[in-house]
Design a protein around this ligand. Structure first.
Ligand code: NAD
Ligand code: TDX
Length: 339
């Protein structure tokens, strides 16, 4: 019997990369195709361990390039698509929104057209809790799947637009879809422009940590491997057309996150530097994951266990992140921060 073909877009990035590794190891009976453009955020160094596995395949392509993507789907006849590829950094969307619209909106539409043309059995769109906007600091309020979409940044507006297109292809053309909306991920291979890996890599070099505003904004942290398990479950068991929120009830202020990392690495809080706030900075995100829990998902990490594992991973894998922060990233950091 032919192997099931699973296309993963953005599989050279942080979450997609973890998901590709998870799937290649867990499902030898599937062929996993990693399609990625290898932008600044993608690399193949992370896949050294799986690159020679028989069920792993890499395709370098741009999801916005219709002339390449449609024939690729026609030739390969993928059974299902798990769509991670995106521009993902809120700060970059504030300085340069256009690429976010191109990749996140038009790229998703090209994939939807391709999936519709060959008739995939599932199109799983990986979205974000940021499409719901922000919550206030009342700890009893959460995002549910019914919370109205009120995105505040160009990034989250582009993700919300892509969610609406995915929904429309289901309603209009009957494309079998799911949308997952997760909270902030962290864990191995997290790109060091994001708060947690930025803090770990800079604390290890005794460099200042830029904390935006007063550091009181809250994020709900989800370990990337718990996220991979959630996507696996939705891919196999998700009800057609449904949205599932993914989050682990791990709310922390940004200042708490930075202090935890500094303390775990035995350094001084004098490294903290409060800097100008992010424009339109969302106050708080918090997920109600009960719909996904009813499907059978439960996170295995608390923030305590997950951050300890993540810090250890960055200590053990300096080669990977040192290579990244010495490249194009260096110019980005110098224009973004004045530390
Ligand atoms: P990332 O920035 O680490 O990786 C994105 C990947 O997409 C990279 O490998 C990049 O090369 C690829 N890519 C970008 N443009 C492309 C194009 N035109 N064609 C093909 N590939 C392209 O992102 P991430 O943090 O792994 O996020 C993955 C997905 O999860 C995104 O859709 C993001 O919106 C969503 N998400 C992320 C988080 C988080 O905390 N990181 C939380 C919620 C949702
Ligand atoms: O230098 C910093 N200082 C700082 O205080 C950076 C980079 C961030 N922050 C703050 C801003 C946020 O409140 O830390 C918090 C986390 O910031 P990011 O790591 O940039 O993540 P966030 O903006 O919350 O978005 C992330 O989670 C949701 C991902 O990048 C998105 O792709 C995802 O949709």
């Amino acid at each position: 019997m032919a192997k099931k073909k699973v296309l993963v877009t953005g599989g050279a990035g942080f979450i997609g990369g973890n998901f590709v590794q998870y799937m290649v190891k867990k499902y030898p009976q599937y062929d996993i195709y990693n399609l990625d453009l290898l932008t600044y955020a993608g690399d193949l160094m992370k896949h050294k361990e799986i690159e020679s596995e028989e069920n792993y395949h890499f395709v370098k392509a741009d999801i916005t390039d219709r002339e390449t993507i449609i024939p690729l789907f026609e030739n390969e006849k993928f059974d299902c698509v798990v769509h991670f590829a995106a521009e993902s950094h809120v700060d970059r969307s504030i300085t340069d929104p256009e690429i976010f619209v191109k990749t996140n909106v038009l790229g998703t539409q090209v994939l939807l057209d391709s999936a519709k043309q060959i008739g995939v059995s599932k199109f799983l769109h990986v979205s974000t809790d940021e499409v719901y906007g922000e919550l206030d600091f009342d700890p009893n309020t959460f995002f549910t799947e019914d919370t109205p979409l009120q995105p505040n940044s160009p990034y989250s507006a582009s993700k919300a637009s892509s969610d609406l297109l995915v929904r429309a292809y289901h309603e209009t053309f009957g494309l079998p879809i799911n949308i997952t909306r997760c909270s902030n991920n962290y864990g191995p291979f997290h790109f060091p422009e994001k708060l947690i890996p930025l803090t770990i890599s800079r604390v290890l070099k005794d460099q200042k940590i830029p904390v935006y505003g007063d550091g009181k904004n809250i994020r709900d942290w989800l370990h990337v491997l718990d996220h991979c398990a959630a996507i696996d479950l939705v891919l196999h068991e998700g009800e057609n057309g449904e949205v599932y929120n993914v989050g682990g009830h791990n709310e922390c202020t940004n200042l708490e996150v930075v202090q935890t990392i500094i303390s775990a690495l035995g350094k001084s809080e004098e490294l903290i530097e409060f800097v100008t706030d992010r424009l339109g900075h969302d106050k708080r995100y918090a997920i109600d994951p009960s719909k996904l829990e009813q499907l059978g998902w439960k996170p295995t990490y608390t923030f305590e266990t997950g951050i300890a594992q993540t810090i250890q991973w960055y200590l053990d894998n300096k080669e990977w992140w040192e290579q990244i922060i010495s490249g194009e990233y260096k110019n980005y950091f110098e224009t973004q921060y004045t530390l």
